[in-house]
Design a binder for this molecule. Sequence first.
Ligand SMILES: [Zn+2]
Length: 281
Amino acid sequence: MDAPYAKLEPLEAGIGRLLAHNPSAFTYYGTQTYLVGTDEIAVIDPGPDLPEHLDALETAIARRKVAAIMCTHTHRDHSPAAKPLAERTGAPIVGCAALALETVGPRADASFDGDYQPDRVLRDGEHIEVDGRPITAVATPGHTSNHLCFAYEGALFTGDHVMGWSTTVVVPPDGDMADYMRSLDKLRQRDDRIHYPAHGPPVTNPQQYVRHLVGHRLQREKQILTLVGERPRPIPDIVANAYPALDPRLIAAAGGSVHAHLLDLERRGLVEREGERWTAA
Ligand SMILES: [Zn+2]
């Protein structure tokens, strides 16, 4: 694949991007780690714990001070490099909270990084500084319950909340569709000039793009309501009808998103469960 692995790509003043070599049906070409700052650096979404990615990050950082290693959330393609990078650079891990995986059993999904341990958790609106400029946390739960975006100089690093190549996967019980929709609405009310997602190209028309994502979800919701209105259906049947010609590798994720929609519709009193099947209320 002709992707710029291990090569620092300057995007604008103070923002560079480094692609990790973890391509998949869920990560596109891989996780994009962002380097923010000039004399001082913050590393956003250090990515998977791959020696060649860590080496490339260290080369790109050169001798500069790393003010913080920041994670948008704790999926395995985003946060595992935080710890080894902290060991190499001495920088603190600052950003999203760890998930209490043990206490919420079903959340201990294989895709979560259970080893993530932040030195400091940023709450919504809190910030750190690089070169005297703030990087501010914007709480955006939905894709995961601990998801943050980070705002810097009119740019928003969106992690997996807004992606440049695909819609976001929202899988219960940690993923929550109502939270995700509220978090999209939150971005709609901001005036960021550009979104830098962890996967896929930058989004240069953020307000329009987020409006499109909201529309897509409302369309999906309407489709699910129509399908369960015809007759009670189990989730695989809804997926087969709502996502024709789906890449087989994505069927489980689509089932998760349909489940997330159904739980949201159930809370709103619009659908009911009959064993494995769902029906209109
Ligand atoms: Zn993720």
